[in-house]
Ligand binder design. Sequence first.
Ligand code: SAM
Length: 228
Amino acid sequence: MRLRNVTGSREVIAGSRFVVPEEEQKRCPGRWRERFGNQNPLYIEIGMGKGKFIHTMAKEHPEINFVGIEKYSTVLLRAVQKMEQEELPNLKFLRMDAEEIDQVFGHGEVDRIYLNFSDPWPKDRHSKRRLPSREFLARYDRILTEDGHIEFKTDNRALFDFAVEELSPAGWEAKVLTYDLHADAALMEGNVMTEYEEKFSAMGNPICKYVIVRGSGSEKDEIAKRRR
Ligand code: SAM
């Protein structure tokens, strides 16, 4: 998602108390709970867009700390404006490229990662930029707690098939996998719709979702060996 240039968006982001300033980001690893002032679990959404999902989640779960990450100021601006209308103490934002995610969160500091309707980057040569790619899974592996998990939703079947194929080589396995989330009453319990989910499900597109954890048994040993 890229919005047309919004005059002053960079300045608003730079001056917002809801956004961690770029010069402070390098001091964040291992200190998120201190920043929130409590010991609550930490959930993050990467590529949050205008922030509808994470704002709703933070409102529904005051016992959890949330961090929303977005690359573009023009898009993040909408999330900041939402916070100005309804401030939540357990939600903060980062304007950054998720390629540097493991420089902003410490080893095993994040309990859950949400990827919602990530950009598909359809050209093969751009596959490393896809947020559920094995390159990104390796970054998530560094910041997630031992029993942390990743939830990914999309209506883009090609991207979802790619994401599923990445799991085994990267040492992850699916606990939940559906090609039609909205047809599954049990999985829909507590489901918070994102902006893209509302738009594409209204057009009749089925929504795919997985929930993944690190692989078990010998696969896990193999990954541990590779990490050494
Ligand atoms: N998650 C929202 C939803 O489901 O409605 C927005 C989906 S939109 C298609 C994807 C968003 O991810 C865009 O706002 C884009 O700028 C952001 N994004 C893509 N790659 C990113 C990256 N490497 N780091 C941070 N944000 C990224």
